[in-house]
Design a protein around this ligand. Structure first.
Ligand SMILES: [Zn+2]
Length: 307
């Protein structure tokens, strides 16, 4: 009888290990109670299941806050299982760092009676404007199966400037920033471990994507540099352990972008000329440069020609 029980225990633990491997995202504990899933440095496609953004969660004494939920309900489910592999505490808060679909379209997996969805005060309007397009494109970007059941979830708690959430013995500070990567960027600060979730205000190794305001982004970077962070989780890219040095590559790219585009405008050049010439010295320094640099130049041109 005892050996039978032993056999069941072995089979059970093998099954558990297998299902944990098969059904949850890999997460790294970067500091006590702070977990991150690092997405791939790629654009979203069905072959990578849209697993391209960094997602995380912070565990307090009585609740959990999830920070971004991935590109699809599939990834949201996987992230939820990753949380459950660590703790059974309620997931009280789902924080969306900004509107982009690789950060919010797993939200539906976390809908529950007590779940509070949190975002920048401008997130709600951005989701309303962009949501239908994101939903329409989703089967193409992550595949039909992974897209099933996707929904845009409106925030139920808006952060105008700063809001502190108490997870039980652990306070996290949410800050909404002036328009930069988007008009609804929000960062999360875990004071206990001096960890900053920088959202897409920080890209590491992967070229930053400008969908907000270039001058605003450069000025937000100065505010971020002043944060006494020991660890910084970018929206895309590896963990940063030297701060503020960890933002200097991105500051350089955005500065070159601004200066090159300004120079073309000063010489009465066209947007097309700017797109062909700006930031070419940055080409070999960034992943996905070919996909996004011209787009960034056109966004910067539209902003800076009215300076
Ligand atoms: Zn983004």
């Amino acid at each position: 009888m005892r050996s039978l029980l032993f056999l069941f225990l072995i089979i059970g633990s093998v099954l558990l290990t297998f299902s944990a491997w098969a059904d949850s995202l890999s997460v790294t504990s970067i500091a006590p109670g702070v977990y991150v899933h690092f997405g791939k440095q790629e654009d979203a496609f069905p072959f990578n299941r849209g697993d391209i953004a960094n997602l995380g969660f912070i565990v307090g004494d009585n609740s959990v806050a999830v920070i971004d939920t991935g590109s699809s309900p599939y990834l949201g489910d996987q992230l939820k299982r990753a949380v459950r592999s660590v703790t059974n505490l309620p997931i009280r808060y789902v924080i969306n760092t900004h509107v982009h679909p690789d950060h919010v379209l797993g939200d539906v997996s976390f809908v529950g009676t007590d779940t509070v969805f949190v975002g920048n005060a401008r997130l709600s309007a951005a989701l309303q404007a962009r949501g239908p397009y994101y939903m329409n494109a989703l089967p193409r970007t992550v595949g039909e199966d992974d897209a099933k059941g996707a929904q845009v979830i409106a925030p139920t708690l808006s952060v105008q400037d700063e809001t502190t959430l108490d997870l039980g013995g652990r306070k996290i500070v949410l800050k909404s920033w002036p328009t930069a990567h988007t008009d609804n960027d929000l960062t999360v600060w875990d004071a206990a471990t001096q960890t900053l979730f920088a959202s897409d205000l920080l890209f590491v190794n992967r070229i930053p994507v400008l969908d907000g305001n270039l001058s605003g982004w450069l000025s937000d970077l100065e505010g971020m540099a002043a944060i006494p962070a020991k660890l910084v989780v970018p929206g895309h890219g590896p963990l940063v352990t030297e701060w503020p040095q960890g933002l200097s590559d991105q500051r350089r790219y955005l500065t070159v972008l601004r200066d090159d585009v300004r120079a073309v405008i000063a010489h009465h050049g066209t947007m097309e000329q700017a797109m062909d010439s700006a930031c070419l010295g940055e080409k070999d320094k960034w992943l996905l440069f070919g996909l996004y640099n011209r787009r960034n130049v056109s966004a910067a041109f539209a902003e800076l020609e009215w300076e």
